[in-house]
Design a protein around this ligand. Structure first.
Ligand SMILES: Cc1ncc(COP(=O)(O)O)c(C=O)c1O
Length: 621
């Protein structure tokens, strides 16, 4: 999933002014935020009109329009080509993992140091747990106001000066942009690069939060139905009805539902399962855990989904199944995939983790293959704070899934309570104002002590065998009750997300330097992510962040690059290409006004982008 957009980087090898001069400089920057209007320049280095920019600091703090913290000479250097820090002689892992964590460049660079290459895969953030949460129906405001930003900055700088003037030197000139950017740092991307403390953006993808969640939890508690209760079956039946199948079975995770399906299908051990090279790493990993062999096929870079031609080519006599993943909320070409799978009788298990509500020629995804699974993790179309479900065409297979699910122990109450508390904390702390006043300064201050709070936001890429304890348990009643109520809101949420996607399409679709999401005829996209291609992605990401817009660079993984898990794999150029897309916020709680503001800003940033040719996109791979 990435990943996080990068902020300004260091000026390479620049000397740092120390002592009084450094302090003056810091004060100047803090003061500067209070007098932005008076000192607005004619235009920034990117050529955007002055009316939308705060003044940039003096030229020596700038580098092609990007603010760069200066770092002690000799210790760190800036790799200009990739715009990242290097700590000679090794590549700094924390820098590498940031914006283009698994880009070809990053992998290549780390290649020289074998352990780093593995580390690169391991530390890669996949799904962060701090997300923006807006109560139903309210629009997300700009995350931090100018004055709050100035205040926070002053506080952080003061702490810094008291703690260590040297550290202050290195912090100075860090990523400070337009008001509103403070809290819009890309998630999981806090970086403490030796002497340079750099925070990048924390993306604020809005989880779908039900207004009555607290009341639902309380009701379950009062009835003694937090763990076991009738809502589990009710939820399974309601979900099945929503999708248009006879029944569904809930599980602790979507990945676990997938695992149950792999076993229930009684696939021969060591059989090959074909997956798109662009997917969430846990899915092929569960194939491995189930005693099967993941085989990757390339994707169609226009849709980000499994390319039927590549799928057909990947079939061998050992192929037992294929997993079409309806990535980002768009259905795969199920007509073609089913026709190919039918000949050698390859089982089809649809990954619908991103796509509850999506349709292909009028039929809900998940109803084409032999089986399918869904995820109810915090960011997914239906958020029950974790959980998943399986469906299957053959009732006997679903019965085998149910037998496995029901053989698991119930989770203990403490674990479920903790999960609910975490959900409540996420809801509170990711509200723009609260985030700005609490989590953001905490993150900054932690970095002054060289702590790495950001690593706790990532799901570590690691072998899943044996499965973690939390996988081997049943789906609790309280989460099912939340899901049951959430299903009623699903269409409204999807309509909001689609409306925001339309706003982006209208604003950006006609620009020559943009390729907006392609929706093949007959597909109803639910826009779990809104992905577009643009030339010079990294520069665009930096500029977007400076303008207070959260963008993300990779939401899933190019699995062929995760050699620590899956060994050396043939490259999949289209998956690598697809991983270069950016994701713009269109989440349901964004609100129309904010979506329009974002679309306008992005349009301004991209209107002069050079035309996006096939060659330009392909040159990335
Ligand atoms: C494409 C895809 N498939 C499967 C899953 C697994 O879902 P879960 O986290 O519920 O196990 C995810 C989770 O993010 C995903 O993105």
């Amino acid at each position: 999933m990435r990943d996080a957009a990068r902020p300004a980087r260091s000026g390479a090898g620049r000397r740092v002014a120390r002592g009084g001069a450094a302090r003056d400089e810091l004060r100047r920057r803090v003061d500067g935020s209070a007098h932005v209007e008076a000192r607005r320049p004619a235009a920034d280095a990117g050529g955007a009109p002055a009316a939308h920019h705060r003044p940039l600091p003096r030229a020596r703090d700038r580098d092609r329009g990007v603010l760069r913290p200066r770092v002690p000479a000799g210790r760190l250097e800036l790799d200009r080509r990739h715009d990242r820090f290097r700590d000679r002689p090794r590549v700094d892992r924390r820098a590498v993992q940031a914006a283009d964590a698994v880009s070809g460049d990053a992998a290549l660079e780390a290649d020289g140091v074998a352990c780093l290459r593995n580390g690169l895969a391991e530390v890669r953030r996949v799904h962060a747990d701090i997300h923006s949460s807006e109560p139903d129906g309210t629009g997300a405001a700009l995350p931090a106001r100018r004055r709050v930003h100035a205040l926070l900055h002053a506080a952080v700088v003061a702490v810094e000066l008291l703690a260590d003037p040297g550290a202050a030197d290195s912090f100075r000139g860090g990523a400070v942009g337009r008001a509103g950017r403070a809290a819009s740092r890309a998630r999981g991307a806090g970086r403490n690069v030796e002497d340079g403390h750099v925070l990048t953006a924390i993306c604020r993808y809005g989880p779908r939060v039900l207004a009555g969640t607290k009341a639902i939890v309380q009701r379950c508690r009062d009835r003694g139905e937090l763990i076991q209760g009738p809502d589990i079956r009710r939820f399974e039946r309601a979900l099945a009805a929503r999708i248009g199948v006879a029944d569904a079975v809930s599980a602790s995770y979507g990945r676990v539902a997938f695992y149950y399906l792999l076993r229930a299908l009684r696939l021969p051990e060591g059989g090959e399962v074909i997956l798109p090279a662009l997917t969430f790493w846990v899915v092929p990993e569960m194939v491995r855990v189930a005693g099967l062999k993941p085989v990757f096929a390339d994707v169609d870079p226009r849709t980000f989904n499994l390319d039927p031609v590549a799928f057909e080519r990947a079939i061998t006599p050992r192929t037992v199944a294929v997993v079409p993943t309806h990535l980002y909320g768009l259905s795969c070409d199920m007509g073609a995939i089913m026709a190919i799978a039918d000949r050698p009788r390859v089982k089809v298990i649809e990954d619908c983790a991103h796509s509850l509500g999506a349709r292909y020629h009028g039929r809900h995804v998940g109803t084409f293959g032999d089986a399918a699974f869904f995820s109810f993790q915090t960011l997914k179309p239906l958020n029950t704070y974790g959980g998943g479900a399986a469906i299957a065409r053959d009732p006997a297979i679903l019965a085998r899934v149910r037998a496995q699910a029901e053989a698991e122990p119930w989770p203990n109450e403490e674990r479920v309570n903790n999960r609910l508390k975490l959900g409540a904390a996420q809801r509170i702390f990711s509200r723009p104002a609260v985030f700005t006043m609490t989590a953001y300064p905490a993150l900054l201050i932690a970095m002054l002590w060289k702590a790495r709070p950001d690593v706790y936001l990532w799901e570590k890429i690691r072998p899943l065998s044996p499965m973690p304890d939390s996988y081997r348990e049943r789906y609790p009643n309280v989460q099912a009750a939340i899901g049951l109520a959430g299903l009623e809101r699903l269409d409204a949420w999807t309509a909001q997300t689609r409306a925001h996607a339309r706003i982006m399409d209208d604003a950006l679709g006609s620009l020559p330097g943009v390729r907006a999401p392609f929706v093949p005829e007959g597909c109803e996209h639910v826009y779990y992510q809104y992905c577009l291609y643009t030339p010079d992605r990294d520069r665009f990401v930096r500029r977007a962040l400076r303008h207070g817009v959260d963008v993300e660079t990779l939401h899933v993984d190019v699995c062929t690059e995760l050699t620590s898990l899956f060994g050396e794999q043939p490259r999949k150029p289209h998956a690598e290409q697809a991983s270069q897309a950016v994701q713009l916020p269109v989440y349901a709680s964004l609100g129309e006004r904010r979506a329009r503001a974002i679309a306008r800003r992005i349009r301004r940033l991209l209107r002069d982008a050079p035309p996006l040719t096939e060659a330009a996109v392909n040159s990335r791979c």
